[in-house]
Design a protein around this ligand. Structure first.
Ligand SMILES: Cc1cc2nc3c(=O)[nH]c(=O)nc-3n(C[C@H](O)[C@H](O)[C@H](O)COP(=O)(O)O)c2cc1C
Length: 360
């Protein structure tokens, strides 16, 4: 074991390697992938923002049946969701925008949804308090002090996502134990919460050293780390660990569809875009016909979660009909660096490659 793997984060979590699996919300995480990364000596994570409290408890049981090591469950702070019943005018604008694609796939447009209170943060976090994962990570905000206290009382470590130095300082001030400094290279949503995402576009290379210089808690570099060079660089920049998303999303253990995983290896178009077209919130994925065409009418986009209510059924139909042009493939900017198809291969390549760089 190379001595440089030991950091304040590995000490705190009692893990061998400062390699964190990025959580994937929306159904892309799997208990198998989470447990695999923990069993390899890193910190496995599971994105649960779309789950009810009961589903979170079931996933927790599944992960515990696969590993006895520490893992992390991730939720979104959802205070900015629109109140239900939702804005009918915005819903109608989305209907007009998406109708041609639903017609093309021959599936019906969704009707006005009802609020599912069971997937609000308030219910979800109760499940976290009951199941007590080693780490609870959150993005898009900071839980209120009562929740932060309850987590601490139960010995659950907190990990918050920051996209700017100010967000990192706010997380530290609120007593967060670990901070994921997330550059705009990352796949998935831009998890900004103090200023609009468009005004919080820092790259990992700038963000990590700035955050590391200002906070006293361990810093995890997220965004663009897809091979060993990324780990070595992030640690030189002051990170105590890295959070790897896209490279693990491409593994057979993830819940991405086989087509999604294959597309991550295809290097067809190496262009990713930061767009609101995927969900209504600014997020990174591969450019596709659906994102390009709908982005021309961005003024008709509605905030999350309304937008996603059209994207979800559209994705189901597009996947069933193998219509790649209408699928939103989530990916970080560095996805063309991906080489490996199992969690073990990815993890070992990261560890061995980084040690090779350190020993050179
Ligand atoms: C499909 C997908 C879903 C994601 N969902 C979440 C999520 O729900 N919560 C979260 O904190 N991060 C989420 N992320 C971000 C990852 O956890 C991770 O920070 C990011 O992928 C790291 O950058 P990389 O993609 O360049 O490796 C998601 C990323 C992807 C690709």
């Amino acid at each position: 074991m190379h001595p440089r793997w030991k950091t304040p984060l590995t000490d705190l979590l009692k893990i061998s390697y400062p390699i964190v699996l990025g959580p994937f919300g929306g159904g892309f995480s799997s208990a198998a992938l989470t447990a695999a990364v923990t069993n390899l000596g890193g910190l496995g994570s599971y994105g649960a923002h779309h789950h009810t409290a009961e589903e979170i408890e079931a996933v927790d049981r599944e992960i515990r049946s696969l590993t006895s090591g520490p893992y992390c469950i991730n939720l979104w702070m959802k205070k900015d969701e629109p109140d239900f019943p939702m804005d009918e005018a915005a819903f109608d604008r989305l209907k007009t925008l998406f109708r041609p694609y639903f017609d093309e796939l021959g599936v019906p447009l969704p009707s006005m949804p009802k609020m599912n209170v069971k997937t609000t943060f308030h219910y979800q976090v109760e499940a976290i308090l009951r199941t007590r994962p080693a780490v609870f990570s959150f993005v898009f905000g900071i839980p209120d002090p009562t929740v932060m206290r309850a987590l601490k009382q139960r010995g659950i470590l907190t990990l918050g996502g920051a996209t700017t130095v100010d967000e990192a300082l706010a997380l530290e001030e609120a007593g967060t134990d670990l901070i994921a400094a997330t550059g705009f290279e990352a796949g998935g949503h831009r998890v900004s919460f103090l200023r609009p995402a468009e005004e919080s576009l820092m790259g990992t290379f700038s963000l990590v050293p700035l955050v590391a210089d200002r906070v006293n808690v361990p810093v995890i570099a997220a965004g663009g780390v897809s091979d060993a060079r990324g780990i070595a660089a992030a640690m030189i920049l002051g990170a105590d660990a890295v959070q790897v998303g896209t490279a693990f999303l491409a593994c057979t253990e993830s819940n991405a569809t086989p087509l999604h995983r294959e597309t991550l290896f295809s290097k067809k178009g190496t262009r990713t875009v930061l767009t609101r077209a995927f969900s209504g919130r600014l997020a990174r994925g591969m450019a596709s016909r659906i994102s390009e065409e709908t982005s021309r009418h961005a003024s008709d986009f509605a905030p999350y979660p309304l937008h996603g209510m059209f994207i979800r059924p559209l994705q189901q139909a597009a996947n069933a009909q193998h219509r790649e042009d209408l699928i939103t493939f989530w990916a970080g900017q560095s996805y063309p660096l991906i080489r490996h198809r199992s969690a073990r291969e990815v993890f070992n390549a990261l560890v061995e490659g980084t040690e090779k760089i350190w020993n050179a």
